[in-house]
Design a protein around this ligand. Structure first.
Ligand code: XMP
Ligand code: MG
Length: 181
């Protein structure tokens, strides 16, 4: 049987309390920037679901939200850059102030595809909130307006992010040692 809530041996470790504090800061920043507006938050499933749940509760504004699911092909740990839409939006975004909520920006290919997809639907504005970013892996430049943490290149999981579909329920972020990938 798998032991629950076991941290990996990798270089990136973000405790639950550190995550909670940073997400509250991002929420406060968004609330300040969108004062008088009604932002529409779009959660990129599956990895961003816990970040989204905590973030919206840290934004004391009227807001709406929706979910989209896209998959980047590749093996369990690395994207290939090819993107497929698995679940579309339910609500229209025309004229809305959209905030995309992503778990992690790695090469940037997934987010770049998604931003093109959203822009085609003519929202009033689009910004990105990402919990994590690995700048050393970037292949295309993408704007991140609200960033939780910049991390080094390690495979991270927990707090919504998976390790071969498991460990999304870890309350912290942890990472694999490079030799385990
Ligand atoms: P790109 O390379 O398109 O990748 O920016 C974005 C998507 O790839 C997944 N990804 C990860 N998932 N731990 C994960 O659990 C990681 O370290 C990691 N790096 C990339 C993720 O789905 C992200 O949205
Ligand atoms: Mg993802």
């Amino acid at each position: 049987m798998r032991a629950m809530f076991t941290a990996g041996n990798g270089p990136v470790q973000i405790p639950a309390e550190t995550l909670a504090n940073r997400v509250k800061e991002l929420g406060a920043q968004i609330a300040q920037d969108y004062q008088g507006k009604t932002p529409h938050l779009i959660c990129v499933l599956n990895g961003a679901f816990i970040f989204m749940a905590d973030l919206v509760r840290a934004i004391p504004l009227p807001l709406t939200l929706d979910f989209i699911s896209i998959s980047s092909y590749g093996n369990a740990y690395r994207t290939s850059g090819e993107v497929e839409l698995l679940k579309d939006l339910r609500l229209p975004i025309h004229g809305r102030d959209v905030i995309v909520v992503e778990d992690i920006v790695d090469t940037g290919l997934t987010l770049s595809y998604l931003l093109d997809y959203l822009e085609a639907r003519k929202p009033a504005s689009v910004r990105v909130a990402a919990l994590l970013s690995k700048p050393s892996r970037r292949q295309v430049e993408v704007p991140i307006h609200y960033l939780g943490f910049e991390i080094e290149d390690a495979y991270v999981y927990g707090y919504g992010l998976d390790r071969a579909q498991f460990d999304r329920n870890l309350p912290f972020i942890t990472s694999l040692h490079p030799e385990e990938e």
